[in-house]
Design a protein around this ligand. Sequence first.
Ligand code: DAH
Length: 335
Amino acid sequence: MISSLATLESQIQAEDLHDAASVEAFRIKYLGRKNGLLTDLFSQIGKIAPEERKAYGAAVNTLKQLVEARLTAAQAFVEAAQKQAVAQAIDLTLPGRMQPVGGLHPIRQTMEEIKRIFLSFGFGVAEGPEIEEDWYNFSALNFPPDHPARDMQDTFFVEAPNNENGGVVLRTHTSPVQVRTMQNTQPPIRIIAPGRVYRNETITYKSYCLFHQVEGLYVDEQVTFADLKQVLRMFAEAAFGVGVKMRFRPSFFPFTEPSAEVDIWWQNEDGSGRWLEILGCGMVDPNVLENCGIDSEKYTGYAFGMGVERIAMLRHGITDIRVLYENDLRFLEQF
Ligand code: DAH
């Protein structure tokens, strides 16, 4: 009898008590009022020989204490585990944690919009270097050697001009990409060239030492000023809305003849309005075509160049160009 109690003891020790259900099953198995193993042992005490009764009772009691000790420990364990589970549970009603997502800078947004419009007209995208030879930036574009735009005041020089060439500059406009494209491709040519340009200007609310332009170039047989007017009208309607008022003003650029500047009418909410210049354009000067190895008897072309900052500022009501370059998050987060 006593030896079977010893087996029972190791059985009790070995019970796996890992959750509320197994703890309860354990309690019922050993201490349940009906058929509990220890309950039964206690009820059998009358059948034990009187001289063994004391030892038997003591042994069963020890087992009972063991069961109770295991129960207490297991219950504490299960309770703690439950508390922890509650504490760690995901509360689906809590607001989510904001993950900051970067946005596109207003200049980039405007540039992408301009690109999208011209790509839909069938233009391709061309690129050129920001550090440019004087020849591409000026000479090939028909700037006379003493043209004021070459002045140290406007141009950032990377290498000073010398006797052999005009030096190396930070490009002052995207027009040199026209030259590079025409040198490498025969017509028909239909490209835009978006990019950064640099000018050594005093920084104020309306001018900055660096800004962005989108250049356009179309060269083919029988390209006329009417084609230029049409593509720019289509652009203005796509960018500023159908029916936008625009005008072509005669102007001058060394690389186009005739040349024009385009204004759009900007209507304020209070009914007032004003003309705002958005780009320069013209028919590519035959000298430029020849400088780039294109037969100016056979081909004609138009070109245009627009300032991206100016258009971005118009669209967003920004009145100081410098905020576009300060990277103040309070400004950038509005886009
Ligand atoms: N390159 C000129 C500028 O920076 C803009 C321009 C005017 C570009 C007329 C052109 C053009 O292609 O035809 O002010």
